[in-house]
Each structure stands twice: as C-alpha cells, then as structure tokens.
Design a protein around this ligand. Structure first.
Ligand SMILES: [Zn+2]
Ligand SMILES: [Zn+2]
Length: 125
C-alpha cells in the first residue's frame, strides 16, 4: 500500500499531491512496464521470459521537474540482476525529472526556497 502525500511550500503556498510507494497492481513487471513510454516498455518486456521470475524493486518516488516547476511522483523501477534503473518522465513535459531524496533540502520549484513540508493525507493501492 502506498502513501498519499501533500507537499506544501511554506514560503509561496504552492501545493502538490503525490502518491509514493507502490500499490497492489505493482507486483508484476508486465503491469509496471505499462507505466512507461514505448521504448522503455519494450525493453522491460524483452527481459521477461516465460516462467521466470525477475527480481525487482518498484515504487513511486517524489520528483521535481525543473522545466515546468512541478513536484510529482514518478515510477522508479530497479532490476536487481544488473542494477538497471528506469525512471518515469514528467507527465506534463516529458522531461526526465530529478528525484527528490530529501524533501527538506529540496528547493521549491516555484519560489526556490528550501522550505517544503510533507504531510501524509491518506493511502492508495
Ligand atoms: Zn515556494
Ligand atoms: Zn515537466
């Protein structure tokens, strides 16, 4: 079960709602592949061999798109065998956003003050 979070900037009052973690539907690589664009989807699916289990970790993580000034969650998939990582793109502009490691140290994409706060507002699955 994932968490639904609200990110609030204490300086300019901007707000974003993001889901983090992963849901029940993310237990299968086939389904995760569908969250990505055509190229990555093909690549992930080409790793799938019938009857074989591929170890992976998956979660939605917070990211920040510098281009359109948005904080949103993107799918992050890591194939454990070779450490390959697939990070989703910004839904608005298609650029690769930067993953947010620590929200307290991340500048607000609108006013650039590092005063973002997170609040847990619910769960999703
Ligand atoms: Zn701000
Ligand atoms: Zn963007």
């Amino acid at each position: 079960m994932g968490e639904l979070k609200r990110i609030v900037c204490r300086s300019c009052g901007s707000e974003w709602e993001c889901r983090t973690g992963c849901g029940l539907v993310h237990g299968k690589l086939e389904w995760i592949a569908d969250l990505y664009g055509e190229d990555i989807r093909k690549e992930i699916k080409s790793c799938l061999k019938e009857g074989e289990l591929i170890p992976f970790t998956f979660a939605y993580q917070l990211s920040c798109c510098k281009k359109c000034g948005r904080i949103e969650s993107v799918p992050v998939l890591c194939l454990e065998e070779d450490g390959r990582e697939y990070i989703g793109v910004c839904r608005q502009c298609g650029q690769k956003p930067e993953l947010v490691e620590e929200i307290e140290k991340t500048p607000c994409p609108i006013c650039h003050s590092p005063v973002l706060e997170t609040e847990e507002i619910g769960h999703w699955d």
